[in-house]
Design a protein around this ligand. Structure first.
Ligand code: NAD
Ligand code: ZN
Length: 389
């Protein structure tokens, strides 16, 4: 089959690789019909996650058709249209029994790989290096989905592939930031980052009853999408004093819930290709604006900060004093979609969450390296590129 492979920092190519096959009786094989880029892939692409191997297949947000099922699979059927959660859970271990699916004990064969600096204990994830179990990703014609009864969800007839694909990751991640961030009716919520994840966090905050939702970015096309499709207010962080403007918009108090949906950038991670270099680079401090720090400084006394962005290593100048002195609650986590996907698919079907506008570019898998280039450089207003393998 054809697949989009990482070939080294900032180098991608479509290669011919072996088709996946059933390795475990709980596996299913999905023929991918649509798969999208995600901000998380940019961290891999740039080489910030030092556990990528040349030839690793990227991609973790996808929908497709079930074409093969293992002998122990009970819920799935050949020909079924499914969306697959980016994280892989067994459904039986202690974290799964607690509803902490993305922390599954059984789906990451290398749980100690990051030495405590890199999400040591997360479960498996498609297309995210040996750090999360070295599972082949979804930017390919076929994917092996372990625990197909647990991680694949039937797509309602009224939901299109293009809508359902975001239920893999962007929609549940955004929901998690707002829901686990404790957003309640009447709250003021600020979201850093107007990518797919930040937009879905903002929409979720509105659905949870927030009175005011403010999304912060600097890219005009994305801020425009927030106004048109999400129904939130916007702030351009490149214009003037962000903290002062946020205080002004919140009666001097600051947002009740501050959600960070930006993640590692070169200035936080360092331009790094090896684990040793990462250790040095992440210790080097910089003065560039950094969304986690901004969110902590902005949040009201007693408020909550939810960090959705992906990070590895130590983040620069984390203002722990502000966390302590303002009595903040800090939360974070890998997307726990198993808990939310069926409910979110219903909300998508009812038109409460719109995702169509996120697909600004659509192309074949053969053109996907160009799609990533556009997504990475935010060229031509690219918010997400969708590939049809
Ligand atoms: P994206 O790259 O499309 O969007 C990030 C946005 O942040 C961009 O629009 C950028 O202009 C903006 N930005 C950069 N610096 C900023 C700053 N200082 N203040 C405000 N905005 C700033 O990415 P995405 O797909 O929306 O993903 C966002 C983050 O969420 C990434 O770090 C991704 O890895 C992470 N993520 C986490 C999970 C999870 O399980 N927790 C799941 C999916 C994605
Ligand atoms: Zn993702």
């Amino acid at each position: 089959m054809r697949a989009l492979c990482w070939q080294g920092p900032n180098k991608l190519g479509v290669e011919t690789v072996d088709d996946p096959s059933i390795l475990n009786p709980h596996d299913i094989i999905v023929k991918v019909t649509a798969t999208v880029t995600c901000g998380s892939d940019l961290h891999l692409l740039a080489g910030y996650v030092p556990f990528m191997r040349s030839g690793d297949i990227l991609g973790h947000e996808f929908v497709g058709e079930v074409v093969e099922i293992g002998s122990a699979v009970r819920q799935r059927q050949i020909g079924e249209r499914v969306v697959v959660c980016s994280f892989i859970a067994c459904g039986l271990c202690w974290p799964c029994s607690q509803g902490l699916w993305s922390l599954c004990d059984n789906t990451n064969p290398n749980p100690g790989i990051g030495e405590g600096m890199f999400g040591t204990s997360s479960g498996g994830c498609f297309g995210y290096s040996a750090l999360t179990g070295a599972y082949a990703g979804s930017h390919a014609q076929y994917v092996r989905v372990p625990f197909g009864d647990i991680g694949a969800f039937t797509i309602p007839d009224e939901v299109t592939d293009q809508q359902a694909v975001f239920a893999s990751d962007a929609v549940p991640t955004g929901w998690q930031g707002a829901f686990d961030g404790g957003v309640k009716p009447g709250d003021v919520v600020a979201v850093w980052g107007a990518g797919g994840v930040g937009q879905m966090a903002a929409r979720s905050a509105i659905l949870l009853g927030a009175e005011r939702v403010i999304v912060i970015d600097r890219l005009p096309e994305r801020l425009d999408q927030v106004t048109r499709f999400i129904g939130a207010e916007t702030l351009d962080f490149s214009e003037g004093d962000l903290q002062a403007r946020l205080r002004e918009l919140t009666g001097g108090r600051g947002p009740d819930v501050a959600i960070e949906a930006v993640g590692m950038e070169a200035h936080t991670a360092g331009l790094i290709q090896t684990y040793d270099k990462i250790k040095q680079a992440v210790r080097a401090q910089t003065d560039r604006p950094q969304a986690v720090r901004e969110a902590i400084i902005a949040a009201r006394k007693g408020g909550t900060v939810y960090v959705l962005g992906v990070f590895g290593g130590f983040v620069d100048k984390f203002p722990l004093g502000a966390v302590m002195n303002k009595g903040l609650t800090m939360r974070s986590g890998q997307q726990n979609g198993h808990k939310f996907i069926p409910m979110l698919l219903e909300r998508i079907a009812r038109g409460q969450i719109s995702t169509d506008h996120l697909v600004t570019h659509e192309m074949s898998l053969e053109q996907s390296p160009r799609g990533y280039e556009m997504f990475k450089n935010k060229e031509d207003g690219c918010v997400r590129a969708l590939f049809h393998p």
